[in-house]
Design a protein around this ligand. Structure first.
Ligand code: OSB
Ligand code: MG
Length: 369
């Protein structure tokens, strides 16, 4: 496939509910969408960078800069035998993985559509339906959190993840466990703690959590290994893992027992597949993280989650939890058993509604070969 055209769009989309983590609150998303076209087909990708440099150094604006000034010029007009060859073309670009992933994932969609196959099958996936959990942000009060958890359990979700931060941790988890003694429960700290908080994590061992996600610094592995030696609850790394090589090292030093995989954080499918395989080979289960994506990013997460080592429920949920109107058709739906079924249409398997996308677009640019 030869890339004849690339279109970048910046969307502005209002979340149905604000989402609060230890690094801040998001009410409105700015989302960069990448559409790559050959002479016969088009593929779509989503940049998962945030509005500000808080989850990672990237923002939607740095991604626009890196894509429009470097990634697109280096890839346009080129012939790709496979989307896996994209990495070699942009090899010189250091970091900015979310920007790169926007384009890389679009190429995978394009490749699958060119072959007339669903993307999940192109990736080698085997899971026809994926298990879903929810990530619940920090709430104004504990009773609001308890009510939200009940609502998500009633919808069928199979695992509850709650965000924690200093001041919203032990007491909250204790109360949630009191109300829901048997649910699959985990916490995500988004790097809000240090080894000085060891006592807190020791105390959390009492609550039979599935895992504690990214408790310590966003670039650290050494302190996480130290923490893991002192607690029973498995540590799951998110922010600290950018590649298969990172994961191999984290596993070698005992910094985690579970890994969260996000396409954007690792630069796209090629690295996500390698990361998946490294974890599988070491007996480390993985699950698919979420970044408050629109339907396009959501569809990619569903395809990725079809791989065999995605054996834990991911943060991949229904469109309506985030959006009054999504940009794909049909919207992502979760069955009463808490699963999302893979679709068998070519590529990401959902139709992108260009008209709705145009309504949300605040900036666009077309690049022709
Ligand atoms: O750490 O997993 C995270 C959202 C934005 C940035 C980081 C994270 C999250 C989530 C939400 O937890 C996952 C989702 O529902 O999309
Ligand atoms: Mg996380």
């Amino acid at each position: 496939m030869r890339i004849s055209q690339v279109e970048l769009r910046e969307l502005r989309m209002q979340l149905v509910h604000p989402f609060e983590t230890s690094f801040g609150t998001t009410r409105e998303r700015r989302i960069v969408i990448v559409k790559v076209s050959s002479d016969s087909h088009s593929g779509y990708g989503e940049v998962t960078a945030g509005e500000g440099p808080y989850y990672s150094h990237e923002t939607y604006q740095t991604a626009w800069h890196i894509l429009s000034d470097f990634v697109v010029p280096q890839a346009i007009g080129k012939e790709f035998a496979s989307a896996a060859d994209f990495a070699a073309v942009v090899r010189g670009i250091r970091g900015h993985r979310m920007a790169q992933a926007g384009m890389e994932t679009a190429l995978w969609d394009l490749e699958a559509k060119s072959r007339g196959l669903p993307l999940w099958k192109t990736l080698g996936g085997t899971r026809m339906a994926i298990e879903c959990g929810v990530s619940i942000g920090i709430q104004p009060a504990v009773d609001a959190l308890i009510a939200k958890i009940q609502k998500e359990l009633d919808s069928g979700y199979r695992r509850i993840k709650i965000k924690i931060k200093p001041g919203w941790d032990f007491n909250v988890v204790q109360e949630v466990r009191r109300c829901f003694p048997n649910i699959s429960l985990m916490v995500d700290a988004n790097s809000a703690y240090t080894l000085a908080d060891l006592d807190l994590f020791r105390k959390l061992d009492a609550f039979n959590l599935m895992m504690i996600e990214q408790p310590l610094h966003y670039e650290d592995m050494v302190d996480h290994a130290e923490l893991q030696r002192h607690i029973q609850t498995p540590i799951c790394l998110d922010e600290s893992i950018h590649s298969a090589d990172d994961a191999a090292k984290a596993i070698r030093i005992g910094a985690c027992r579970i890994v969260n995989i996000k396409l954007g954080r690792v630069g796209g499918y090629r690295e996500a597949l390698r990361l998946h395989d490294v974890c599988r080979d070491h007996g480390i289960p993985v699950w698919c993280g979420g970044m408050l994506e629109s339907g396009i990013g959501r569809a990619h997460n569903i395809a990725l989650s079809s791989l065999d080592n995605f054996s834990l429920p991911g943060d991949v949920t229904a469109s309506k939890r985030y959006w009054a109107r999504d940009i794909i058709e049909p919207p992502v739906e979760v069955a009463a058993d808490g699963r999302i079924a893979q679709r068998n249409d070519p590529g990401i398997g959902y139709r992108v509604n260009e008209e709705i996308m145009a309504e949300f677009t605040v900036r666009s640019q077309v690049f022709a070969a």
